[in-house]
Write a protein that binds this ligand. Structure first.
Ligand code: FUB
Length: 333
């Protein structure tokens, strides 16, 4: 931990050895680790956080989120950076200095949309949606770091996916929301898309495609936000369904499909037209991490906030519908 991490910046003040005092402008700008304690859902109220992706590594959960920075009543995404938080119990979170921003991709013009971080061979790969500076539309870049909190650096120097690589739809935002998983043999797959769900294998270096871009067929009302996880013999593909978005899911024995649609997993999340999920196992429980627009008084579709609730399976491997709560979860032990 850095020297300044002995400060805990909480709700506009600093707690140090039991004392608290106001944050001066200079202190507010310092890249301190900030400790935030969740008291229910949403888990963070000191800033808006969206599009959660989570990684479990060495006894901690690393939570990656886009920073919703739209001013109150502004109707549109303003997202200039991603954020990273870590926790040993999913209640007390440490916010680390900003690990990555679209400006770190020299070929991108902005928009820190949904992303996903995965570890392979001791390196951490961050797949990020951004707007491409010269090719029309959204694109996916890859950044890499030696540890889960970064700082991350562009791993390629150009986009991994650009809009002109997928021509099935005329929309310019179909190449968004990457989700990456390794199968049991170590083959990496990346899923992404809006309206159409694409997937492709990645080479072991994690920064090149390993084969053609393919499409997942027969997923009803696929909008965006794929997340793929495995439990026992089953792969689960959850995704944002319709718009405003619910979350639905499908199951398969193979990442190449066929995927069997299983139904709605989560309802529309309060006060937000998007509903972007991550699913992880941690200390014996399964967690459904998503965002809503629930922070008063300015929360909404462009000022979203991450929430966490439990996810439970049925005996046959299907998933029980998520119960969104305002109380949230208990400390993971
Ligand atoms: O945050 C911008 C976009 O909204 C994400 O890429 C989508 O998943 C949706 O949440």
């Amino acid at each position: 931990m850095k020297l300044h991490s002995k400060f805990s910046k909480i709700a506009g003040g600093i707690a140090l050895a039991g004392l608290s005092f106001a944050v001066t402008p200079a202190m507010a700008n310092m890249p301190a680790d900030t400790v935030v304690k969740a008291t229910g859902n949403p888990i963070f109220t000191h800033k808006y956080t969206a599009d959660p992706a989570a990684l479990v590594h060495k006894g901690k959960v690393y939570l990656y989120a886009g920073h919703d920075q739209a001013a109150p009543r502004h109707e549109g995404y303003v997202m200039n950076e991603w954020l990273v938080f870590s926790s040993e119990d999913m209640i007390t979170w440490t916010e680390h200095p900003v690990p990555l921003a679209p400006k770190d991709f020299k070929w991108a013009s902005g928009d820190a949309w949904a992303s996903h971080v995965i570890e392979r061979n001791g390196k951490f790969y961050w797949y990020s949606t951004v707007t491409h500076a010269t090719k029309p539309g959204k694109a996916i870049g890859v950044a890499v770091a030696d540890n889960p909190i970064g700082p991350f650096k562009d791993a390629i120097g150009e986009a991994l996916i650009t809009n002109d690589m997928t021509t099935d739809t005329k929309i310019s935002w179909d190449d968004i929301d990457p989700a990456v998983i390794l199968d049991d043999k170590g083959q990496a797959y990346m899923f992404w898309g809006n309206t159409i769900l694409y997937y492709a294998k990645l080479k072991e270096n994690m920064i090149e495609l390993d084969g053609p871009i393919q499409k997942v067929a027969n997923l009803p009302h696929f909008t965006e936000a794929p997340w793929v996880h495995k439990r026992k013999d089953w792969y689960y593909l959850s995704y944002a369904y319709q718009f405003p978005e619910k979350t639905a899911y499908a199951m398969s024995k193979s990442l190449d499909g066929p995927w069997e649609y299983k139904g709605i997993l989560n309802e529309i999340a309060g006060n937000s037209n998007t509903n972007h999920q991550a699913i992880i196992d941690f200390k014996g429980k399964t967690y459904f991490i998503y965002h809503n627009g629930g922070v008063q008084t300015d929360g909404g579709s462009f000022r979203r906030s991450v929430c966490i609730d439990y996810l439970y399976y049925n005996k046959d491997g299907s998933i029980k519908r998520i119960q969104m709560t305002s109380e949230g979860i208990k400390p993971a032990k």
